[in-house]
Design a protein around this ligand. Sequence first.
Ligand code: SF4
Ligand code: SF4
Ligand code: SF4
Length: 173
Amino acid sequence: MSKDPQFSASRRAFLTLSRRTRDVPVRPPRSDEASIAAHCTGCQECAKACPENIIVLTGNQHPVLDFSAGACTFCNACAEACPTDAIDSTRDSNWPWKAEVQDSCFSLQGVMCRTCEDVCEPRAIRFKLALGGKSEPLIDADQCSGCGACAHSCPAQAIRLTQQETQTEKITA
Ligand code: SF4
Ligand code: SF4
Ligand code: SF4
């Protein structure tokens, strides 16, 4: 069990089980595959409106967030600019994306790095010390906003955003 009291507290009562969906493009907030497929005309207004310049239009001219270019601030500019209901500013901002650390993480290889922790504003990342000078970055899915700042900043390009459906179960012991 983690010795970090803050992290332990969030883990003490509940166990969060995650089912991850891979290889799905990260569409802008307040949109999804269905709304983009049904309504997107490829007009590029969302990409022009994004102050972070992280929206790229793929081969079929549908918008995808590119975290190599920056992080999403959830400012809603893309939704307000969209002339169709592809990105709908009135829609619930239920954002299913969470950060996930890959094996190429420097810290998991024993190389000192805390870049992701430093850039994570919600403080969703903690490190657990392990043998051999290694430490494991742990992401608290409840705290992670899915902004992509860690993925953008990771020098090992070891963080990706994955879509997670979470199930929470109470731990009795
Ligand atoms: S919510 Fe704002 S920062 Fe995020 S993709 Fe849309 S315009 Fe860009
Ligand atoms: S503004 Fe809306 S319709 Fe235009 S490219 Fe973006 S998502 Fe598609
Ligand atoms: S995606 Fe954002 S909130 Fe989530 S761990 Fe990375 S920096 Fe923190």
